[in-house]
Design a protein around this ligand. Structure first.
Ligand code: AMP
Ligand code: MG
Length: 402
């Protein structure tokens, strides 16, 4: 057996970061920026009002109070998207809406709540300072500013900034297309009654969903029989159409674990027995420049293996610096026992943050590698070092799955 760290080192050694591509900003969410974005335009592009109200000269509001308001004639109305018909003269006001440009001659805004109408005049009920509620041009971003740097993960807010500075495309690391196939003669898809010995294929849907959730583009490579030729063809087809392939099943010690045999024939593969439970067997190698992850078939094992190996590796391929899930400290609210076996155990737990701010962990249920239900309701994997486990009240590390 090799350690988890050693297995990860072997995977990382062979990883390549995907090429940089120009994508429309509409499809860039969660992608990693591969350029320095410089604003060619100021945001906001012109001085404008932060409030609905009246554009004035601050000096004209001197001494104004609720009881002794200053009356100013309203000489124009400026909607957002419009401009003032002329400059504001001393002793005048212009009605103005949030986002509209400040007229020439005005230097402050009185919000509508501090005014009341009186015929063609507005009664200003408070003295306002120069610059009141005025958002100067370039207040957020001035033209020429470097706004974002390579490595930034593009969130909805980043996309908004790109839209506001007029960018249509952006340079990012390509989002990996990740193929997923299931292997096994016992597997069936669809609702038909099961024949003796058959089970339904669940890994493919789960792994395709995990691929999408992690920010990659999922590609369904189908359900493949335990047949060398079928597996060979599926792998060859898979690596042609994707940036990475994930298989489940067929990598253990059984007589029909043919994925292992085919991968060995087709590429330079690492056969790993990783000192973890679940998900001990793992195959990893590169075929036609495409990484292939051979995950174990047991449903929980395939998910844990995806979490520990494929997900971080694939995120690195798309340039993400936050490739790993966070590890949090939690208090075990119940004993979590295990037996010494030379492996690190990843126990499916539910973690909740309680009133004191601390995280608390409880088992999510049955811990067999075939017991997918507990994995489905878990939001964390408690990392238990080799030994007897922990008693209630112990502090444990939990890989937080969110
Ligand atoms: P294997 O790794 O092929 O030896 O499979 C280990 C266990 O996982 C067996 O009980 C398989 O039936 C089960 N298994 C393999 N592939 C899948 C799948 N796609 N969906 C559900 N169970 C599976
Ligand atoms: Mg199998």
């Amino acid at each position: 057996m090799i350690s988890l760290e050693e297995a990860r080192i072997r995977i990382n050694r062979d990883l390549i970061v995907l090429p940089i591509v120009d994508v429309p900003i509409q499809s860039a969410r969660d992608m990693v920026l591969a350029e320095t974005v410089t604003a060619t335009e100021a945001i906001p592009p012109f001085a404008n009002t932060a409030m609905d109200g009246f554009a004035v000269r601050a000096s004209d509001t001197k001494g104004a109070t609720k009881d002794e308001p200053v009356a100013l004639p309203v000489v124009a109305t400026i909607p957002a998207g419009g401009i003032a018909p002329r400059a504001l003269e001393m002793g005048e006001a212009m009605r103005i809406m949030t986002g509209a440009p400040i007229p020439e001659g005005a230097d402050a805004i009185v919000m509508v709540e501090l005014t009341r109408p009186a015929g063609f005049d507005v009664l200003v009920q408070a003295e306002v300072p120069e610059g009141n509620h005025v958002r100067p041009a370039g207040d957020d971003i001035s033209a020429g500013t470097e706004v974002f740097h390579p490595g930034t993960v593009l969130t909805p807010g980043h996309l908004g900034v790109l839209a506001s500075i007029g960018r249509e495309t952006v340079k990012v690391y390509r989002r990996p297309r990740v193929g997923v196939m299931s292997t096994g003669d016992e597997l069936v898809e669809g609702p038909e009654p099961l024949q003796p010995g058959q089970i339904r294929d669940s890994n493919r849907l789960t792994l395709l969903s995990m691929v999408a959730e992690a920010g990659f583009h999922p590609v369904d490579l189908g359900l493949i029989r335990d047949d060398e030729a079928a597996i060979r063809n599926a792998l060859k087809r898979g690596v042609e159409q994707t940036d990475a392939v994930i298989t489940s099943g067929g990598v253990s010690m059984g007589d029909f674990d043919l994925v292992k045999a085919v991968l060995t024939e087709l590429g330079d593969f690492n056969w790993m027995q990783v000192a973890i439970k679940p998900a001990k067997p793992l195959a990893f190698g590169v075929m036609s420049n495409t990484p292939v992850f051979g995950l174990p078939g047991n449903p929980v094992s395939s998910m844990v293996s995806f979490e520990l190996f494929a997900r971080p590796a694939l995120r690195r391929m798309m340039g993400r610096l936050d490739a790993e899930r966070p590890t949090i400290k939690a208090i075990a609210d119940e004993a979590i026992h295990r037996h010494p076996d030379g492996k690190t155990h990843f126990v499916r737990v539910v973690v909740t943050q309680q009133g004191d701010g601390a995280w608390h962990a409880r088992s999510a249920g049955g811990q067999g590698s075939h017991q997918l239900r507990a994995m489905a309701s878990a939001n964390g994997l408690a990392i238990l070092a080799d030994g007897d486990g922990v008693e209630a009240g112990a502090t444990i590390n939990v890989l937080y799955l969110g």
